[in-house]
Write a protein that binds this ligand. Structure first.
Ligand code: G3H
Length: 193
């Protein structure tokens, strides 16, 4: 059976400051995770593994130690949800500068669209081609971001859309999904870095 592996990038500088979005590089912990991920795939020996990475620096750095013979593609569709006017802010900043936005988002997180940015619903629709390809491909590792992986997991786990934005996907963990006839088996590998 083929498997789909999903991971967020390693910890980025923005993650460590609690800031949203941006395009910051990995911290030293994030770099440790990139090495641990490469080691995992050395041992796992997945035939013909393809790597699909977002176009953000933190995702590219997370995949950089993987064997060069894994075919790698960089998909813009795998980039993190665009937080528009809230990019680079912390949740406290947003609460202070745009209290109405925080409130609207808490009220309907799935449909809420950041001004000049995206909603989870928008992310689901831009992921459609990615999911179609994932359905057709053999072994794939997706290196992306929390909001995006929530959408992909909700699809394979068949979770209701209002729950989707609350699926917890911690940093430094790898999800292995193996689609079966009527469900997906999943294993989570967590790295204590
Ligand atoms: O930086 C964005 C996170 O990956 C998703 O956060 O729960 O605010 O949508 P959220």
């Amino acid at each position: 059976p083929r498997s789909i592996y999903l991971t967020r990038h390693g910890q980025s500088e923005y993650n460590s400051m609690g800031r949203l979005g941006g395009d910051s590089p990995l911290t030293s912990d994030g770099r440790k995770y990139a090495l641990a991920l490469a080691e995992f795939f050395e041992e796992e020996e997945v035939p013909g593994l393809r790597v699909w990475c977002s176009q953000k620096v933190r995702a590219a750095q997370t995949s950089q130690h993987l064997k060069p013979d894994f075919h790698t593609e960089y998909w813009k569709a795998l980039d993190e949800i665009d937080a528009g006017i809230c990019e680079g802010l912390t949740y406290d900043d947003i609460q202070q500068r745009y209290p109405k936005q925080s409130e609207d988002r808490a009220h309907d997180k799935y449909h809420y669209r950041y001004p000049s940015g995206e909603s989870y619903e928008d992310v689901v629709s831009r992921l459609e081609p990615v999911i179609m390809e994932l359905e057709r491909q053999a072994n794939v590792l997706v290196v992306s971001h929390q909001a995006v992986l929530r959408c992909i997991l909700a699809y394979f786990y068949d979770r209701p859309l209002p729950e989707l934005p609350y699926i917890d996907i911690p940093l430094h963990s790898l999800v292995k999904l193996t689609p079966r006839a009527y469900h997906c088996d999943s294993t989570i590998y967590s790295y204590d870095i």
